[in-house]
Design a protein around this ligand. Structure first.
Ligand code: DUT
Length: 506
């Protein structure tokens, strides 16, 4: 099994070979700070790749399943995400990455949501990529689907691997063993309690809170559980291999026989399931029905440009990033996408990634180098606020592309931008912001959110009840919406909702 590794460490943040060792030392020690478990970088990149595979498509997959499956891809350079891709109508995700990044892929790490086909792999190997990691489910050239008459399904596995998939597997194996890049499966068990932490914090995130504020009678827990179950079902059928038998067969054909041995096999399947559960919980934090991102200026103006599905997708990317926060208390994630003049052949259409980030202490700082206390501490100099770099600030600082004045540049952020960030966002030329405005107009002393309302030259799209749902007051959702009521709700919140010290992410 040359070139393939089982990474199954007990400490998810344990440094990887080739990974910056400072990275693990900067993390907040959750046991000391009361912070929930933190997502490891490997798991973040893995989850982002799975999520990219699920990027909403203009053209839904044909009824007759193709043997070529959609793939999500995350391109990482120096531990920073520099590309998010997915398969499109013409190009596979790997090909799209080659087209967009060219030889600058050299020394990048690539995280695929499936083992890429040999056609992509040869170009990627050729570009000098340093490491390729893939999710060990059904590969891009599917071993579960067949175009032959006896079409298979997850319920009825093919009696043998389709010929095309078997040939592709042989070629991929050859590329794996002959290539300079390290081609491996980099899966880590999520930190103990992470799934539960994500479950709790997603259920109470700003987006859910907004729904609760609008309709105090709404059973958000029930709504959240329903959404989570629905996502879990969808994501599992897409991303997991249903039976152990099928999974063993696939792994064997991919040259991953070592994974088929116990306890590795059970661990692998457990880790995969747990990560899919995390993804389902994060996605459930933004229930699809009746809510979406609508202009803040007047909630009756329909959303322009991006579909609600795409916006929601990008906000969920930001929510995943927030689980890498170094703030002992509040995680914030931000993603910036730009809309190019013409659609590429990537599954993201005209959109391309500009940058992403989460709130953290200055890059390269050592653990406990900076104060981590929150505003309940008495000494002002011991508070975190002067040291933490905000999610938007990291996304802008470590962006991979220039922001072009003639293009729409869209910031997706899980928390209302604060007064420190608003001028940066304006100065950088961000044209659209998608966010929750739960903290808008609040002044918390050390950090305030007063300037967001006066940010005039940027279109703001706020998570709120869809204007059409509001006018009908359907399904138990209350009637409150629109600017006057929103303002009333904010001032009320200022008085009555103060989060506790153990306040969760987002
Ligand atoms: O635009 C912003 C605003 C804030 N943050 C981060 C910075 C800091 O890490 C955290 C502060 O969150 P919040 O304002 O909720 O402060 P808190 O510590 O939770 O205080 P409080 O208890 O008053 O909510 O959010 C960002 O990344 N971007």
């Amino acid at each position: 099994m040359e070139g393939t590794e089982i990474r199954n460490q007990t400490d998810p943040d344990q440094s990887m070979p080739g990974q910056d060792t400072r990275e693990s030392s900067t993390q907040t020690d959750c046991r000391l700070q009361g912070h929930g478990p933190r997502l490891s970088k490997v798991n973040l990149f893995t989850l982002l790749s799975l999520w990219m595979e699920l990027f909403p498509q203009e053209q839904p997959e044909e009824d007759e399943p193709s043997e070529i499956r959609r793939v999500g891809l995350v391109v990482v350079q120096d531990s920073k995400v520099v590309g998010l891709h997915c398969s499109g109508p013409e190009l596979h995700a790997g090909q799209a990455a080659i087209i967009q990044h060219g030889a600058s892929l050299a020394d990048c790490h690539l995280y695929f949501s499936r083992r890429p086909c040999a056609t992509c792999l040869k170009m990627i190997v050729n570009a000098g990529v340093s490491q390729i990691s893939f999710w060990p489910g059904d590969p891009e050239v599917s071993m579960l689907r067949s175009s032959s008459a006896n079409t298979s399904s997850p319920q009825n596995p093919p009696r043998s691997i389709p010929e095309e998939a078997a040939l592709d597997a042989v070629a991929a194996e050859k590329l794996k063993s002959n290539s300079r890049p390290h081609i491996c499966v980099l899966l880590q068990p999520p930190a103990p309690g992470l799934a539960q932490f994500v479950y709790e914090t997603s259920r109470d995130c700003d987006f859910m809170e907004r729904m609760k504020d609008d309709d105090p009678g709404l059973n958000t827990e029930e709504l959240f559980n329903r959404e989570r179950t629905r996502h879990l079902k969808d994501f599992s059928s897409q991303l997991l291999v249903r039976t152990s038998l099928q999974h063993r067969e696939i792994l064997t054909h991919m040259g991953l026989e070592d994974f088929c041995v116990e306890p590795h096999f059970s661990n692998l399947r457990n880790n995969m399931t747990e990560l899919v559960e995390v993804l389902a919980a994060v996605a459930a934090g933004l229930p699809q029905q009746h809510y979406g991102f609508y202009r803040s200026e007047t909630s009756t103006t329909p959303h322009e440009g991006l579909s609600q599905e795409v916006v929601r997708h990008c906000i969920i990317q930001a929510r995943l990033l927030a689980y890498r926060t170094e703030d002992p208390k509040v995680g914030v994630g931000a993603v910036i996408w730009a809309k190019g003049a013409s659609a590429g052949s990537d599954g993201t259409g005209c959109l391309y990634l500009v940058g992403c980030g989460y709130n953290a202490y200055p890059a390269g700082s050592q653990y406990a180098e900076y104060p981590q206390m929150d505003n309940k501490q008495k000494d002002r100099q011991r508070r975190k606020y002067r040291y933490i770099v905000h999610a938007e600030q990291n996304a802008l600082t470590f962006r991979t592309r220039h922001i072009k004045p003639d293009e729409h540049t869209m910031l997706f952020v899980t928390k209302c931008p604060c007064d420190e960030c608003v001028p940066l966002i304006r100065g950088a030329g961000i044209t659209h912001i998608y966010t929750s405005d739960q903290d808008r107009d609040k002044d918390k002393g050390e950090i305030s959110y007063l300037r967001f309302s006066s940010l005039k030259d940027t279109s703001k799209f706020i998570w709120q009840r869809s204007p059409s749902a509001s006018s009908h007051h359907t399904n138990g959702f209350g009637a409150k919406h629109g600017r006057p009521e929103e303002q009333e709700s904010h001032s009320n919140k200022k008085l009555c909702t103060h989060r506790s010290d153990m306040s969760p992410v987002s």
